[in-house]
Design a protein around this ligand. Structure first.
Ligand code: FES
Ligand code: FE
Length: 446
């Protein structure tokens, strides 16, 4: 069984031992104790609109097939044959009634079964001759994640039967996720994924990415070149054009956090960030008015970036994106990025968002390049025996968190703080200790 590494997080001192970011034993413990239990983001329903569509995703280090069966039900299936472990699907996405293992030919239905689907060409080659009809095929289907939830188009799964319901897991972080997933006019879930998923590897520990997005406003200095070049949609005004004052809002006991605004009934002012593109700007302005009408007199939130524990982060303003940090090894992470567009928007608007996305985020995006450079050099420079004598410092703003008005189980700590990173690592330590769910999620116990 995995060792208990939770002591690497010292909340009283405000430090995290570098081993949490570099040690193979810690990495293994994370796989066994954290990634087998939490809710993980797999992808978006718009990637599999039709029955028998599938895409492959990851849960921790493991590949999973996310498949829509012939009745339209979505399943998350471990992509490892139950015979000798071969990866049964080596495609990124496609359409399949059956997944046939390339090694010896065991054939599974798109809900994971090896037997018992009338009319489907599934089963085991030479079942009569080789197995003499004695194999209990109904016991040897692909492993299926017992919990799967589709929320406003986003697909989530957990291997833990006892995990709290997904909405309990989210808590009021849901309001901020909604900000990213709803259409700009406020229409619930009015977004879809543009084209495919960007996937690339970075030589860093996976935790750097979610920790960055959870509320590290302090690292903004990294992106000075972006502002000098002025790649924002408003040209020379750079990214600043899209910025308004934000707070680090964190969810202790859940591990999520966001840079955003507290719930308010004040109307959100229109942001003229797309002024260089009149057609685009006009549509956003109209959508903005519709959003104001949608929320009239009701509390609404706004946010720029956030993380849902442990490894799903997202941008809530244009371009709206989702990025997941998949662990590969202690020092290698596979980043996957989805760009969201408004299902209701004209092509010109979505084209502009996509182009802006490409130059802003992803492996070739200017801001992401800055971040990746920091994360990979930080990982490499933390590996040596002398470097590992000193923990990382997370002391910014310790003891200054206040309850966040209008939100359940949330705190805020101003704009520049490491409170959200402490919340993240505290939650990480809970899992590495192996705590039961009720101790962790405030509402799951009620
Ligand atoms: Fe899949 Fe043998 S490993 S059929
Ligand atoms: Fe950044």
């Amino acid at each position: 069984d995995a060792l208990d590494y939770s002591g690497l997080v010292d909340l009283a001192a405000g430090t995290v031992d570098r081993a949490a970011f570099t040690d193979p034993g810690v990495f293994q413990a994370e796989q066994e104790r954290l990634f087998t239990r939490v809710w993980l983001f797999l992808g978006h329903e718009s990637q599999i609109p039709e029955p028998e569509d599938f895409f492959t995703s990851r849960m921790g280090t493991e590949s999973v097939i996310v498949a829509r069966d012939r009745d339209g039900q979505v399943h998350a299936l471990l992509n490892s044959c139950t015979h000798r472990g071969m990866k049964v699907c080596r495609h990124d996405h496609g359409k399949a009634k059956v997944f046939t293992c390339p090694y010896h030919g065991w054939s599974f239905s798109n809900d994971g079964r090896l037997a018992g689907v009338p009319g489907a060409l599934i089963g085991v080659p030479h079942f009569d001759k080789a197995y003499r009809g004695e194999l209990r095929r109904e016991d040897w289907g692909l492993s299926r994640a017992p919990r799967l939830e589709i929320y406003k188009g986003t697909i989530w799964a957990s291997w833990d039967e006892n995990a709290p319901d997904f909405l309990d897991y989210l808590g009021d972080m849901r309001l901020y996720l909604d900000y990213a997933l709803d259409g700009r006019d406020g229409s619930p879930g009015g977004s879809r994924v543009v084209a495919g998923v960007q996937k690339w590897r970075v030589n860093c520990n996976w935790k750097f990415a979610p920790e960055n997005f959870i509320g590290d406003m302090y690292h903004d200095i990294s992106h000075r070149s972006v502002d000098l070049v002025g790649i924002g949609p408003a040209g020379g005004k750079g990214r600043r054009a899209a910025f308004r004052p934000r707070l680090a809002i964190g969810f202790p006991g859940r591990g999520h956090g966001v840079l955003g605004e507290l719930p308010t009934t004040e109307p959100e002012p229109y942001n003229d960030a797309w002024a260089l593109y009149p057609e685009v700007n006009d549509w956003y302005r109209v959508a903005h008015e519709a959003r104001l009408a949608h929320f009239a007199g009701r509390p609404r939130v706004a946010m720029s970036v956030g993380t849902i524990f442990p490894n799903m982060s997202f941008h809530g303003r244009q371009p709206r994106t989702i990025v997941v940090a998949h662990p590969v090894s202690p020092t290698v992470t596979e980043l996957w990025r989805w760009c969201l567009e408004d299902a209701a928007a004209p092509q010109a608007v979505n084209d502009a968002a996509r182009v802006y996305f490409l130059r802003y985020s992803g492996p070739g995006g200017m801001t992401e390049s800055d971040d990746m450079e920091n994360w990979s050099y930080a990982t490499a420079a933390s590996l040596g025996p002398i470097a590992r004598r000193r923990p990382y410092n997370y002391q910014m703003g310790m003891g200054h968190a206040r309850p966040a008005p209008g939100l359940r189980d949330a705190v805020e700590c101003g704009e520049l703080t490491e409170e959200n990173a402490r919340i993240f690592h505290s939650r990480w330590a809970d899992f590495l200790r192996g705590e039961p769910w009720a101790a962790r999620v405030p509402h799951a116990a009620e």
